[in-house]
Design a protein around this ligand. Structure first.
Ligand code: GTP
Ligand code: MG
Length: 311
């Protein structure tokens, strides 16, 4: 059983589970001390491990984090960039489930339950969406909204899937899918990279509704044009990678829906999740109605690659 924000145990779809999955939360920080003071106290008991990856902040971010959460694992970023920071954080996690969230107070820790429920219901990767019913944003400018819409459609067009929101950093996945993300990615294109890799690998990807607030304080590190270009470059590069693989199989239609997802050394992916009682075939409906315990969710990709191994 999981714990709620008050630390009390509560029933979930996995009541009979003898050993619930451990949840690690990764937060990248670059001068976010003021925001951490508001954010960290609201993180509930569902999180077993907190990993802060700091980008050489000069405002006492690390000190503030340790003051509020002496149990936090602090990772010092080796290369500048949100992507590098997150990947260093993923490597430091020991939980079965990894959740990633920004430090600026724009994402509500209370939503972690929804992400974890969708993973427990059978998803491999869960993505927050500001455009599903129940989601929204108090932060998106017109330019960012337009850029995100174009990039999201580009991914739908080139990779398939049904993403409604590509460039949003609230995500969660089972730690055992990490080998699919085995390339270093530097900046704000990290979410796109994770999303398209998951699609190309044939993982089960689900979106859940999420509400994004305006950052509480401090400066944005995102540049819509520069980072938009990096996102587009990532889509093109990953698409070429899939094409090369399909060409090597003699498949000339570069259509991801016709089978043969990208291969990977991870074979019996879900077998070692069995301790958590994960039902392998729960996610069956494109409307998301079969995603137990989740209020609003949509299946982005059914995940063809590993179904055989999950039975
Ligand atoms: N460690 C590390 N963290 C970073 C770096 N760049 C950004 N971050 C963190 O990544 C998260 C997202 O960055 P933001 O600047 O909030 O980007 P955004 O959410 O697109 O922009 P806002 O609309 O201003 O919130 C925040 O927690 C940042 O502190 C970096 O180079 N290193
Ligand atoms: Mg932000």
């Amino acid at each position: 059983m999981n714990k709620d924000v008050n630390g009390k145990t509560r029933g979930t779809v996995l009541d009979s589970s003898p050993c619930p999955p451990r949840v690690s939360l990764v937060i990248p920080t670059l001068n976010e001390a003021e925001n951490l003071a508001c954010l960290l106290p609201t993180i509930g008991g569902i999180v077993d491990e907190l990993v802060i990856v700091d980008g050489r902040s000069t405002d006492g971010t690390v000190e503030k984090a340790l003051e509020l959460r002496p149990d936090a694992v602090i990772v010092r970023e080796q290369r500048a960039g949100k992507g590098y920071a997150l990947q260093a954080g993923f490597a430091a996690c020991s939980g079965d489930i990894i959740v990633m969230m920004d430090a600026d107070g724009s994402m509500a820790p209370a939503e972690i339950d929804t992400f974890v429920s969708a993973l427990q219901a059978g998803a491999d990767v869960v993505k927050g969406s500001r455009f599903l019913q129940g989601g929204g944003s108090g932060d998106l400018t017109g330019v960012r909204m337009l850029g995100n819409a174009v990039l999201t459609r580009t991914v739908r067009w080139t990779f398939g899937g049904r993403f409604s929101d590509l460039c949003y950093g609230y995500m969660a996945f089972w730690r055992d899918v990490l080998p699919f993300f085995d390339e270093e990615v530097g900046g704000f294109e990290i979410e796109t990279f994770l999303n398209v890799r998951a699609l190309a690998a044939g993982l089960r990807v689900v979106e859940v509704a999420s509400y994004e607030e305006h950052r509480l304080s401090g400066e944005s590190n995102l540049s819509a044009i520069k980072d938009g270009y990096r996102v587009l470059s990532t889509i093109v590069r990953e698409r070429r990678r899939v094409r090369r693989y399909r060409a090597s199989l003699g498949l000339h239609r570069p259509d991801l829906h016709s089978g043969s997802p990208m291969p990977h050394p991870v074979i019996a992916l879900r077998e070692h999740r069995s301790h958590a009682g994960i039902p392998a075939t729960t996610l069956t409906s494109a409307s998301g109605s079969a995603v137990a315990g989740v209020a609003v969710a949509a299946v982005v990709s059914e995940g063809s690659a590993l179904r055989g191994h999950a039975q």
